[in-house]
Ligand binder design. Sequence first.
Ligand SMILES: Nc1nc2c(c(=O)[nH]1)N(C=O)[C@@H](CNc1ccc(C(=O)N[C@@H](CCC(=O)O)C(=O)O)cc1)CN2
Ligand SMILES: Nc1nc2c(ncn2[C@@H]2O[C@H](COP(=O)(O)OP(=O)(O)OP(=O)(O)O)[C@@H](O)[C@H]2O)c(=O)[nH]1
Ligand SMILES: [K+]
Length: 458
Amino acid sequence: METDTIAAISTPVGEGGISVIRVSGPDAISIADQIYQGKKSLDKVPSHTVHYGYIVDPEAGERVDEVLVTVMRAPRTFTREDVVEISCHGGMIPVQKTLEILLDHGARLAEPGEFTKRAFLNGRIDLSQAEAVMDLIRAKTDRAAKVALSQHDGKLSRLIQRLRSEILETLAHLAVNVDYPEYDAEEMTAGFLRERCVYISGEIERLLQTARQGKIYREGIKTAIVGRPNVGKSSLMNALTHENKAIVTDIPGTTRDVIEEFVNVRGIPLKLLDTAGIRETEDVVERIGVERSRQALKQADLVLLLLNYAEPLTPLDRELLSLIKEHSSIIIVNKTDLPRQIELDEVKRLAGDVPIISASVKEDRGIEDLEEAITRLFQLGKVELADATYVSNSRHIHLLRRALTSVKDVIEGIDSGVPLDMVEIDLKNAWESLGEVIGDSVSEDLIDQIFSQFCLGK
Ligand SMILES: Nc1nc2c(c(=O)[nH]1)N(C=O)[C@@H](CNc1ccc(C(=O)N[C@@H](CCC(=O)O)C(=O)O)cc1)CN2
Ligand SMILES: Nc1nc2c(ncn2[C@@H]2O[C@H](COP(=O)(O)OP(=O)(O)OP(=O)(O)O)[C@@H](O)[C@H]2O)c(=O)[nH]1
Ligand SMILES: [K+]
């Protein structure tokens, strides 16, 4: 248990309806009580009750704000420590002042994510559940939020725990037989062990199959819109944006400083990559356009290539057509409201298997087809979220792959006649890798690194 009492503003900073300051730790209630003026002393009130009163600066002897104070006693709280929440009037000065007074009276400013970190360290939630809190905050679509909430509810944790206890039982069974080796027992054990490992690897594989979709929901599809100048890239972006009430966000209070733009296409978040470089004057683009596109394409999960129906193909068009083949791509032949100049047969030939959509962004035609093509390309919307446990976090995916490799090593070992006490180590490794997903046996550095990505006050 921590001995520090921490405090932070838990609502966004700025003008608003109300702002909440959260205080957690052994002295939360006594510190709050020193600066609170109301009918009762906070020391005396029952847990989980709300009290009206004033925050006063005891030294200056003046009132700072009119507030509601919530008192929650350990262990039935978010952090499992004593928690006090002070709801101030929204606005900078009273809130900042209240926080300052708390800090003057023995609280310490919380680090980013420290409340959630305490919930984890005090065993209320495991690491994957804590990570889901952040995913929930950052979710860009309904589905992303559902995936995060289900992980937060412990769906993934329970599955991991079940697999770990399967492994542990198997290891126990193995230990008994390895310690008392008799010829028959060894044979039986190998058969049993192989069967268990086949089952466990199947379960891990099933989970990993959801990774591609899970990652898409969590992180978005990194999308590059490419094409030569004036072909309609900005117009297409706007069309996708408006039709789908795009959420254009920056993510404040996080370690990232780039502003990311998301478009919500039928519940799938497209994360638009900045292709500013391809939006330059015609002759510059002919020189550097291909190189810039190459850079954008390198990071992209999805490439939308725009061609102009009303003009013949240019060398840049042909170059881009050949580049996009290595990616998940869609070709959009735009400006079909104008007379045709483009060589459609050549486009089809160069496109190969890449789907081609004809569109007039100006007249709002082809957008639906494009959305359809995107969902088809990523095979999304097929699995019902309700029955699937999704794995969406790169850290979890990496650990599951590692566990899978270890379990497969056991199976291969058995098949090539390796003694059982030698394959045992691989099975232990699998158990440990799975444990790291839920935060069992992870290093302090990793824990710090994960929680430092949270917002202040979370
Ligand atoms: N005002 C406020 N709103 C909030 C939070 C908060 O801390 N304060 N939360 C924080 O991010 C989220 C809610 N999460 C919470 C999760 C657990 C507990 C809690 O007290 N759990 C206890 C008791 C549960 C019970 O009484 O059944 C426990 O699990 O032991 C509180 C909030 C979102 N809204
Ligand atoms: N006729 C017609 N005009 C279009 C269509 N789509 C876009 N335009 C027009 O084409 C021009 C260029 O569109 P933008 O969306 O700015 O093209 P862009 O590719 O982003 O251009 P750059 O930023 O210069 O690379 C604008 O005048 C649009 O109104 C279309 O489907 N039909
Ligand atoms: K008091």
